[in-house]
Design a binder for this molecule. Structure first.
Ligand SMILES: [Ca+2]
Length: 220
């Protein structure tokens, strides 16, 4: 097992090298961290996890305290193929849809958690780190990528309300955007000062937002 075999990980320097017999989990310190989401700011929630957990939970399949080369390779293959994807499927299809039946399949600009929304005939997405994307509806190509000032993780899906896009990070930092002529513009930003994981709900009375501790209604 050489360093060349670990490039699918985001931070290969965090993976201990082995002598070919495997990784002895007892020799991996609890303090050693693996960078899972390099797009999240340093110190931000969800950026890192203890390396030992990844090795124990996902790689040491037979639970013998050693990640052997076969277990390592199996995990690496899984991580490599486990890309976030978005696909366009014709609604005329019935039964099982195979890859060749797809109109298109794309991986660029696809978030880990948040749903995409339609914005002026394009697909708008928000990724961890505050990375916003516009993806073309017709072929899935990435039209525009930009980064918000509000970094961190985004698990709440974006909402379109009164022709504007609303995104809220896990830290409770919000941004209002427009997407005109393929350009993304931030109109306003702010901070709810409580963590937010749930997608907000636009209602006739205003925008309903559930934070970690409260349920709030915001007017236009
Ligand atoms: Ca093992």
């Amino acid at each position: 097992m050489t360093r060349e075999t670990i490039k699918s990980f985001n931070n290969e320097s965090d993976i201990p090298q082995t002598d070919g017999d495997g990784i002895d989990l007892q020799k991996v310190p609890d303090t050693k961290l693996l960078t899972l989401r390099p797009e999240v700011e340093p110190g931000g929630a969800g950026r890192e996890m203890p390396l030992i957990r990844l090795l124990q939970w996902f790689m040491d399949k037979n639970r013998n305290g050693i990640v052997d080369p076969a277990e390592y390779q199996a995990a690496q293959d899984k991580f490599t193929s486990n890309l976030n994807k978005i696909a366009c499927i014709g609604i005329q299809h019935k039964d099982q849809v195979e890859n060749e039946d797809l109109e298109w399949l794309a991986t660029r600009g696809v978030p880990e958690m948040a749903n995409p929304i339609e914005f002026e005939r394009n697909i708008f997405t928000i990724e961890d780190g505050g990375i916003c994307n516009l993806i073309a509806v017709e072929d899935g190509r990435l039209i525009k990528k930009t980064r918000l000032r509000n970094t961190g993780r985004y698990t709440a899906s974006p909402i379109r309300w009164h022709d504007q896009g609303y995104v809220i990070s896990n830290a409770g930092e919000w941004s209002i955007l427009t997407a005109t002529d393929g350009r993304l513009t931030t109109l306003a930003t702010g901070d709810l000062e409580e963590r937010v994981f749930a997608t907000p709900a636009p209602t006739d009375l205003g925008m309903l937002i559930r934070t970690e501790k409260s349920l709030r209604l915001y007017g236009e």
